[in-house]
Design a protein around this ligand. Sequence first.
Ligand SMILES: *[C@@H]1O[C@H](CO)[C@@H](O)[C@H](O)[C@H]1NC(C)=O
Ligand SMILES: *[C@@H]1O[C@H](CO)[C@@H](O)[C@H](O)[C@H]1NC(C)=O
Ligand SMILES: *[C@@H]1O[C@H](CO)[C@@H](O)[C@H](O)[C@H]1NC(C)=O
Ligand SMILES: *[C@@H]1O[C@H](CO)[C@@H](O)[C@H](O)[C@H]1NC(C)=O
Length: 456
Amino acid sequence: MNFTKTFLLFFVFFLNLNALLPSDAPSLGNPPDTHAIVTVSTIEELNSAIYDAVDHTTIWVKSGSYDLTTLAQKQLSTPNNYKLTDLVIRGETGNPEDVIIEGVSATDDSATFGIQIWDTENVVIADMTFRRVFYHCVSIHPENGATQVKLYHLIFEDAGEQLVKVNKGTDNALEGLIIQYCTFKYTDGVPNKSNGECYSNGISAHYVTGMILENCLFRNNYCQDSGQLCGGNILVWSKSKDTQIIGNTFYNYAQGIVLGLNEDEDDHTGGIVKNNIFYRAKTTNYQQDVSIYVISKNAKVYHNTIITEDSYYAPLEVRYEFATGVVFKNNLLDSGFINYRNNAPDANQNSGNIFDVETDQFYDYDSQNFKAKNENATFVDKVDTIQECNVDFSLITRPQGEKSDIGAFEYKLDDSNDSDNDSDDDDIVSSAQNIGAHLFGKILILFSFLLILFKF
Ligand SMILES: *[C@@H]1O[C@H](CO)[C@@H](O)[C@H](O)[C@H]1NC(C)=O
Ligand SMILES: *[C@@H]1O[C@H](CO)[C@@H](O)[C@H](O)[C@H]1NC(C)=O
Ligand SMILES: *[C@@H]1O[C@H](CO)[C@@H](O)[C@H](O)[C@H]1NC(C)=O
Ligand SMILES: *[C@@H]1O[C@H](CO)[C@@H](O)[C@H](O)[C@H]1NC(C)=O
């Protein structure tokens, strides 16, 4: 095998191992042969293409900025008077920053929604940005028939209310909701609405069964008004079940994950929260609260890394007496404890959690690289492997060595040396996820191209 091939192969292998950040989302590939293809380059064309779509259509959206305020409806939406099946709407380059669908700002109602999904089943929206709208970037309506929805590699930014909203179905739960490689962010927190309220979540999902939310990034979801507490970045409730929240990153947040909210046994049941990373510094600029709040019977909270610099006394919280069988295993925290409130039963099955890890045990704390500094870090090789957690945040197999590590990362010798030291301030979130490895991948691409150039 020649060098070029070796490098290219190595690169592909590497990407697969680290395909975890929104920016590393694998392409969805070519549309199915059976799809009608429509290409659009203006907001009017996009609006009509969605309205006029027949079953099994892919709409390619060309690069550019799409101004929602010029539409009579001030929003995009799928048809609401008949069932549409198998609709795909994709940015043509694969880079969500190339297709911007936008209004004016979170407090300006000349654009109301990015897109509303009504009576449509089997929908994929991918590779675009929705931003600066008065209500939601995406609003899904199971009560009108929406089902099987995939939001993939999208950026949701600066909406007046929840960035993504799943409305409450009347008869059935929404099934088949998959959200992957999406970025949920505010430029600088959630502003007050005209009534003086800060009202938001990253996502609020009512009545969903088996939602999968993975490899997403949540950033700056807090209230601008330091007198108000922002809702959870991920709020799943109203008879929801079995939510899987995997490998996400939370950076600067008021509340992280809220698995069931109200004092109602059915608000959420089951679910797993694993391999997520949380980081925020202590500040008085915005209100800081729980990282993971659970009222969900039999929920599992495994292998999360939660660094909050003592900004709130109880990063983990369980409430209500019906919340039985909630288990916390192998979570790595720098401060705080699990708070059992409102008669929540103390889970005696908890194990392997560390609540006071020292910052000098991390590879590079100042850049929010929370991998182990070396094989002797206090959380390395400490716990039995949990079968459903047999890979870490970066898809490294657990265990490496005799036992698994505590927290979201599994230490692997080779890795520590892959890391470039990324001191680019704009890219602090990349560092937060130890994307030194990601940079290494980019360098390999460059190297591969140089080799190809030389050869041909
Ligand atoms: C938001 O509204 C509240 C209530 O009216 C007010 O006290 C607060 O100053 C406002 N904050 C901002 C940042 O506008
Ligand atoms: C990364 O770079 C920063 C700034 O140059 C430095 O302070 C830090 O020690 C470096 N970390 C590692 C792990 O080399
Ligand atoms: C880890 O500890 C072992 C045993 O004390 C020691 O031999 C080894 O050098 C240590 N490794 C590092 C990277 O400090
Ligand atoms: C990384 O590689 C360099 C050069 O091969 C070596 O000197 C250094 O000790 C390695 N560092 C770690 C943490 O393995």
